[in-house]
Design a binder for this molecule. Structure first.
Ligand code: 6PG
Length: 291
């Protein structure tokens, strides 16, 4: 079990009353809890640690609300997790028949395109588990981006009608080397969205449009897990979650739902630039790194 980041027990604020809709990270007197960084030897071990948390969160949500809503990460890093979830014990023990899959973001391409996040999740998770289509809310990257974003927000609203307040039980997020998460890229308009849950976001760095969930809805998550592996992510992990100086908060640092657990599961390489208070036991698998 990891210790809180600064070594002292952090006073946990009272359980959120869902009717406190108005409370946002900006308006609340509470600070979001720090991101707990957990380090594992290999990307496979990261995937396994994430799968355990997926199972645990799914069962708790079903116990409480009779269904589980998860926002899936795109990109390449979550592949290993999705594959792991199709294997024992997760294949048998996750309540798949009560699970709804939402996407954190999508590239503006069709569902069969090799860069489609939906296609990646379909090949690695939905097909192997034979997840029925009505449980998957696909972002329609092939449509006019603004229309697709608006329609997706409506579908999310319908999905959330089944619960006391709009919220994801679990949000899985990757992190780009520039600190972007979902398709919330530095310097893009979507960062300033304060109302809409889903927007079409033009990303000059990619010269392309993306569909993405926004901070207003991401910050209603009940649990957030960041996944990052490989040396290319070492600097961003150290800056975003390790307290290493950097000019301004990265988009991934602005996913700050209140009163919930935020964790970053990383491999040794991605953690290689994290400042460490002590090196005793540095090689322990799954150890938490305290800046
Ligand atoms: C996407 C993602 C994006 C991703 C990061 C990291 O559609 O690209 O949602 O936010 O998580 O770019 O990507 P990798 O996991 O491929 O490094």
């Amino acid at each position: 079990m990891s210790e809180p980041i600064n070594g002292t027990e952090i006073e946990q604020p009272p359980e959120t009353d869902p009717s406190q809709e108005s409370e946002t990270p900006e308006s609340s007197p509470w600070l979001p809890s720090p991101v707990q960084v957990h380090r594992y030897k290999t990307p496979e071990a990261v995937a396994d640690a994430a799968a355990k948390r997926f199972l645990d969160t799914a069962n708790r949500a079903v116990e409480k609300l009779d269904h589980f809503v998860v926002a899936l990460a795109g990109g390449s890093t979550p592949r290993l997790l999705y594959q792991r979830l199709t294997e024992s014990p997760y294949r048998e023990r996750v309540p798949w028949d009560k699970t709804f899959f939402v996407f954190g973001d999508e590239r503006c391409v069709g569902p069969d395109d090799e860069s489609s996040n939906y296609r990646m999740a379909k090949e690695t998770l939905f097909d192997p588990l034979e997840i029925p289509g009505h449980r998957v809310l696909r972002m329609k990257g092939e449509e006019i981006p603004a229309d697709a974003a608006r329609r997706y927000a409506v579908r999310l609203g319908d999905l959330f009608l089944t619960r006391p307040a709009p919220s994801f039980d679990l949000v899985l997020l990757g992190i780009g080397t520039d600190g972007h998460t979902a398709s919330l890229f530095p310097g893009t308009e979507a960062l300033d969205e304060t109302e809409r849950w889903v927007v079409a976001n033009h990303v000059p760095a990619l010269d392309s449009w993306r569909l993405t969930l926004t901070f207003p809805i991401l910050n209603k998550a009940k649990r957030v897990i960041f996944l990052a592996t490989g040396e290319s992510k070492a600097r961003i992990i150290a800056e975003a979650f390790g307290g290493v100086e950097h000019p301004e908060p990265y988009p991934c640092e602005r996913v700050t739902p209140l009163h919930v657990r935020r964790e970053a599961l990383v491999d040794f390489e991605a953690a290689s630039m994290m400042p460490r208070r002590d090196d005793a036991g540095a090689d322990a698998v799954g150890d938490s790194i305290r800046p």
